[in-house]
Design a protein around this ligand. Structure first.
Ligand code: BGP
Length: 483
């Protein structure tokens, strides 16, 4: 029937290399920009980093066994570029490639479909130092070498490939809010770097089509629907602007090969639009993704910006730092803030929040899936969705994360409605399989189905303990989403 999940629906869970692997310099791995960035203590949460993370590099077999025990159909992970190309280009580190080949073999052996992300934020440090990273077209060349290696080696085994994870998030955090490497605050550089990454994305897709014709590839985007605070047409217009700026700016490029004109003109007036060469347009138009990866946590609410009070941040929970650029607001009007004339973030009076101040909005998930599918007409793969919480071990060494079950159940039920609305969906990967390092919130903010016994300061024994949500998800998978 229409209102059930497709029978081959990929129920999965996700992770990213820097957040789980550890082994930061093992077997010839080169440093990434995150290895370097987390040396700045004030940029991290209580000095935490991914040097050891949850030691997945050495424990992947145990982790895959847990996946198999759960009946997981798909596992999304990312490859650490500098593990296989320590300098970002040139000489290949065979041991690094071998690790991913072994991981993929192990997954397949256990009936888990591998979903491979090429870039989940850990650029090789050498490329940052040599070329200024994503601000140079040299880095596109290096990225192509990296992709080629993986397509060649794993193209026959891995069907689903993600190019860039949340380009909107890592560029905003890295080039605007000084919260990710390369730790810059400059909107001109932000949009130039984004343009370079768009080109790299297109090159990777085109190369993939040549080398892995049977496979499927697409970017994973951090999507949030934008609501107007009121029905005042000016607020509705502000929401339109914010949608253009926060979502269409990337999705239009990925799917139509061009920038949304409203935002582009706004940036042009401010002198911060990217430099687009004629051959870029051609390249961008030529590369079509097979699906869109959607990471959904929450949307946003905006009102017209009356310029009286555009600076305060009404939103962020002060206790923890947020990794969400859309919870951030321009600090002063002098800074080149394209939002200022277009919209201003507002508090949504209807939504509750997580411990970290992120809105909880399952209906927004259905809205998101419908909007993206209607506008871009591609199958959707939810590559992240989940709840970060402060899980506590009970005396019996159990985790009763009923709040997580509730969160996931509500979201999955809205996704099901989106499917009966007609949205074409490949699968759903919850964030995350095990607990892992949260980029700016250390090991305190936990997302996993599997608890990992470590804290910020104490690595303890890293024991894996399935949470209550683990057994809940296992049953849900067994029943293909009905429970
Ligand atoms: C997404 C990232 C993930 C993960 C998740 C949760 O933006 O793609 O890597 O970190 O957010 O975020 P956080 O750890 O900040 O709570």
């Amino acid at each position: 029937t229409l209102d059930s999940f497709p029978k081959d629906f990929l129920w999965g869970a996700a992770s990213a290399a820097y957040q789980i692997e550890g082994a930061f310099d093992a077997d010839g791995k080169g440093p990434s920009i995150w290895d370097e960035f987390t040396k700045i203590p004030e940029k991290t949460f209580e000095g935490t980093n991914g040097d050891v993370a949850i030691d997945h590099y050495h424990r992947y077999k145990e982790d895959v066994k847990l996946m198999a025990g759960m009946g997981l159909k798909a596992y999304r992970f990312s490859v650490s570029w500098s593990r296989i190309l320590p300098e970002g280009e040139g000489e290949v580190n065979e041991a690094g490639l071998q690790f991913y080949e072994d991981l993929v073999d192990e997954l397949i052996k256990n009936g888990v479909e591998p979903v491979l992300t090429l870039y989940h934020w850990d650029l090789p440090l050498a490329l940052q130092e040599k070329y200024n990273g994503w601000e140079s077209r040299e880095t596109i060349r290096a990225f192509k070498q990296y992709c080629e290696l993986l397509f060649e080696r794993l193209g026959k085994k891995v069907t689903y490939w993600v190019t860039f994870n949340e380009q909107n998030v890592f560029t905003s955090m890295g080039y605007r809010w000084e919260s990710h490497p390369p730790n810059v605050s400059d909107t001109k550089r932000l949009f130039e770097a984004n343009h370079i990454i768009n080109l790299a994305n297109a090159e990777a897709i085109n190369l993939f089509k040549e080398m892995v014709p049977e496979g499927k590839i697409g970017p994973s985007f951090g999507y949030g629907p934008v609501y107007p605070l009121t029905s005042d047409p000016s607020d509705v217009l502000a929401a339109e602007n914010a949608h253009d700026f926060n979502n269409a700016w990337w999705l239009d490029i990925y799917c139509k090969g061009k920038y949304p004109v409203t935002t582009f003109n706004q940036l042009k007036r401010m002198g911060i639009a990217p430099t687009v060469l004629p051959e870029d347009e051609e390249l961008l138009k030529s590369a079509k993704p097979d699906f869109l990866g959607i990471n959904y946590y929450h949307g946003g609410t905006v009102k017209q910006n009356k310029l009286e009070n555009p600076t305060e941040n009404e939103e962020t929970n002060k206790q923890f730092s947020s990794t969400d650029p859309y919870l951030m607001q321009p600090k002063d009007e002098q800074s080149q803030s394209p939002e200022v004339p277009m919209f201003q973030s507002a508090e949504n009076p209807y939504l509750e929040k997580t411990d970290w101040g992120w809105e909880i909005d399952p209906v927004g998930f259905r809205v998101a899936l419908r909007q993206v599918f209607a506008r871009y007409d591609l199958p959707l793969f939810v590559t992240e969705n989940g709840l970060g919480a402060l899980d506590e071990l009970t005396e019996e060494e159990e985790i009763h994360d009923d709040y997580r079950i509730q969160y996931l159940e509500n979201h999955i039920s809205e996704m099901k409605k989106a499917i009966s609305d007609g949205v074409d969906m490949i699968g759903y990967c919850a964030w995350s399989f095990t607990d892992l390092l949260s980029w700016l919130n250390g090991y305190k903010k936990r997302y996993g189905f599997v608890y990992v016994n470590r804290t910020e300061t104490d690595e303890k024994d890293m024991r894996r303990i399935p949470k209550k949500s683990f057994y809940w998800y296992k049953e849900l998978i067994e029943n293909n989403g009905q429970n």
